[in-house]
Design a protein. Sequence first.
Lengths: 51, 448
Amino acid sequence: MTGFDTDFALTIAVGGLGVVFLILIVLSFAIGITRRFSEWMDRKQVSGNSK
Amino acid sequence: MLFGLLETGFIYFYWGNALMILIGGLLIFLGISKKMEPLLLVPIGFGIILVNLPLGGLMDYRYELTAERPGVVQEIVMDESTRFSENAAILRLDGEAVSSPVHGRVKKLLVEPGQSVEAGQVLAVITTTMQTDQALIPTEPEGLLSRIFAFGIMWHIIPPLIFLSLGALTDFGPMLANPRTMLLGAASQFGVYFAFFLSLFFGFTFQEAGSIGIIGGAEGPTTIFVTATLAPHIIGATAVACYSYMALVPIIIPPVARLLTTKKERGIYMKPQLRPVARREKILFPLVSAVIVILLVPSSAPLIGCFMVGNLFRECGVVERLSKTSQTVFIDVLTIFITLAIGGTMAAENFLNPATLLILVLGVVSFAAAAAAGVLFAKFMNLFLKEKINPLIGAAGVSAVPMAARVVQVMGQKENRQNYLLMHAMGPNVAGAIGAAIAGGVFIGILG
């Protein structure tokens, strides 16, 4: 075992895992938004067809 | 008579080559007889055998040893064709040894004793199989496999293109139907950072530690891409560890998942039906996710960009030829290139050292920690969820698509025959692939 810059290593590890979580959380919100958008488009198409 | 004229490989063959040929043979045996990742292990195994037959030259690089200052050559220490190890003295210049930073053999001596040389003059041409940091020790590929490795892998062409094909093969539907399972894919990346830390404790550099940690992401192209950028000299060990452990997922995941869950938890029933996902959602996801991920972690662009364009080919429905080619012939050709070249990095003089063994051990720790983190995070999520999720699906966050999800399905059915966890496990499974690419991008962004 050898010494290493623990602060830098912790920054990479905690920061890196944090970034992965942050992005996947943002993506899951984006999925929710695209779902709402898709459902809205479907409703619009249905109401357009019924007119 | 003929062999007196020809230089045969036998004179350079040593026990290390024999051992590596046995290892290559073992990988081929596992691929053919045990059906363990045969598309990967068979060509990698054969690549190992080829590169351990001396003088074949398939993985040779040319290195030019130059004089750092002017002087007079006093003595030639290494004759042409003599095998030597790293930092061995090749000749003496004004009483000082001129050493080679790479192992290999002298292909051609360009000076003789008594000759005056200028600073920067080439003293000898050396043939080596060593992967070097090109900024410090520039080499030129001379063999078939070293050229594929240098221009395909070190230039970051083949791994992202394999990601394109993987994107074309991936159905994000289960993940889009239940986006909260993406968190399990994120949690599994803990294994990457755990192994990163462990590697630092064992004396690896930050760049090497990042390359070892990413093995836990269980994505071959990501591991190769990150290692090629950060620590090319250990690429053989990290790639083989990653592909071998992906093949060993059915052996690694079950004991970890059983250890961390009760029988009751493993039997938690999940409705087999997921909500139907509209085609429009499937088309929008690769576009939206590429924009978000690349803006936040630009260094993940080659992997995420290719992954998502491949997925768009699949989902848009108007480029069926591109989608079909990406899923079949294209990935097969790339697999042949990458696996033979990776096998080619495992010449005995590169591979047989204690660090390789340590990398293999740290790799399996990374895999196990990734599976454990996924399971524990699923249990944590259950504290807040009305409709509980089966914590086994957390283990699929380790990626290794789709093997990990299949293992979870089998484990779930053993505890509760009504349970069909496969589609639920595919969510964290593909999220794990995205998470690993992001983690790799973070390593490259900080350490590259």
